[in-house]
Design a binder for this molecule. Structure first.
Ligand code: ATP
Ligand code: MG
Length: 366
């Protein structure tokens, strides 16, 4: 409110472990790109939503966290979790999952792209042959606590776990996926389903896709059962452009997809509230990686790419933010071709070396 259109407030939450190492590199690169393309960023560093904060305060976040974050335009998040001192369900439910729920971030977006210079576990795949976007529904479906166990402890044990979908919930993620596909060159949308097995919810989901799809005659939509779709992620990844899925299927696909492109240190993600009633959150797919934390060897590229997605989202996929996004991606590509590499990519460079090099190439393209 009252800010100029090219000016945004970003809350940076480094979190735990390598989150604290990759976040400064992400901010360095995002700032370089913002500067080059005339975007102004007010960056606030936040030390809560971390296990250090938990150790001192007995909770992951202050009580008024929502009030403190509600006014920012985006949350730029490193990683949370330090299982040696705080159980994952406490750290995760006390921070990230609260953001997702309370800020209604119902879209989880994961680009999947193979870069030159990064070996893929899929033999023979060349850059350009894997380049798609997974849109996962983030709030409904199988991830409910509705249900229970009957006759517990006996041989007759019977477990019921409900899945819950709503028309509003399905239509909004499907619309988002169609809009996203429409804005891309290939204009293809694949809808993940399992209507030959999940007898009530999935045929209904297919009908929602058909219904919403009528508004997008320019997008080529097809539906694929989740089993064959997973196989095709491995065997024919070049067939995909945008893929939309309900929560559980999307969860699985969004690990499988990035796995086919090499290192987890590259994979970015966005948790979006597309209406912008609440801040959206941008974070690498990887976790806090306690095994390498503190060594300065983490790959910052996933964090940096997530920052590019943030700039793009802030300016609605157009103008300066889109240009900043593309410049960051070009710099990552260029560094992967001939720049310093972290250990996960077979090199010896530090997190800082890679961050600085990308920032330099963003500021002054080679
Ligand atoms: P989650 O937090 O989702 O539960 P996790 O804790 O099992 O995941 P990560 O923290 O992502 O997993 O780490 C998985 C493996 O990948 C670890 O061996 C870690 O060192 C490695 N790894 C993760 N992120 C990076 C990175 N940015 N650079 C290099 N290696 C990484
Ligand atoms: Mg973890």
């Amino acid at each position: 409110p009252g800010r100029s259109p090219g000016r945004f407030r970003i809350a940076v939450i480094p979190g735990d472990g390598i989150g604290k190492e990759v976040a400064p590199e992400g901010v360095r690169v995002v700032q370089a790109a913002a500067h080059r393309f005339g975007i102004e960023l007010d960056v606030e560093w936040i030390e809560w939503a971390s296990c250090d904060w938990y150790a001192a305060h007995g909770e992951m976040m202050p009580d008024d966290w929502k009030h403190r974050l509600q006014g920012v335009d985006a949350i730029y998040f490193g990683a949370v979790g330090w299982p040696a001192t705080v159980p994952d369900h406490v750290s995760l439910w006390g921070s990230l999952l609260k953001f997702r729920r309370e800020f209604d971030q119902y879209i989880n977006l994961r680009p999947v792209r193979l870069f030159e210079g990064v070996p893929s576990p899929l033999a023979g795949r060349r850059p350009g042959e894997i380049d798609y976007l997974i849109v996962r529904e983030n709030t409904e479906g199988e991830y409910t606590s509705a249900g229970g166990i009957l006759f517990e402890g006996t041989e007759r044990e019977l477990v019921v776990q409900e899945s819950i979908y709503t028309r509003i919930g399905a239509d909004r993620v499907l619309s988002f996926a169609f809009e996203t596909a429409r804005a891309r060159a290939r204009r293809r949308l694949t809808v993940a389903t399992k209507s030959n097995g999940v007898a009530i919810a999935m045929p209904w989901w297919d009908r929602r896709a058909d219904d919403v799809g009528r508004r997008y005659p320019d997008v080529a939509m097809d539906k694929q059962h989740i089993d064959i779709l997973s196989a095709r992620f491995v065997l024919q990844p070049d067939r995909f452009d945008v893929v939309v899925a309900t929560n559980l299927f999307g969860d699985i696909l969004s690990d499988l997809g990035p796995a086919t492109t090499g290192t987890i240190g590259l994979a970015p993600s966005a948790n979006l509230n597309p209406e912008r009633k609440h801040p959206s959150l941008f974070e690498p797919v990887h976790g806090s990686a306690p095994d390498i934390a503190g060594l300065g060897v983490a790959n910052p590229m996933a964090m940096i790419w997530s920052g590019a997605m943030m700039l793009d989202f802030l300016t609605h996929g157009t103008g300066a933010g889109r240009a900043a996004h593309d410049a960051i991606l070009a710099a990552i590509e260029s560094v992967l071709r001939d720049g310093p590499r972290t250990r996960d990519l077979g090199g010896w460079a530090s997190t800082l070396d890679v961050g600085r090099e990308i920032a330099e190439r963003v500021a002054e393209p080679m």
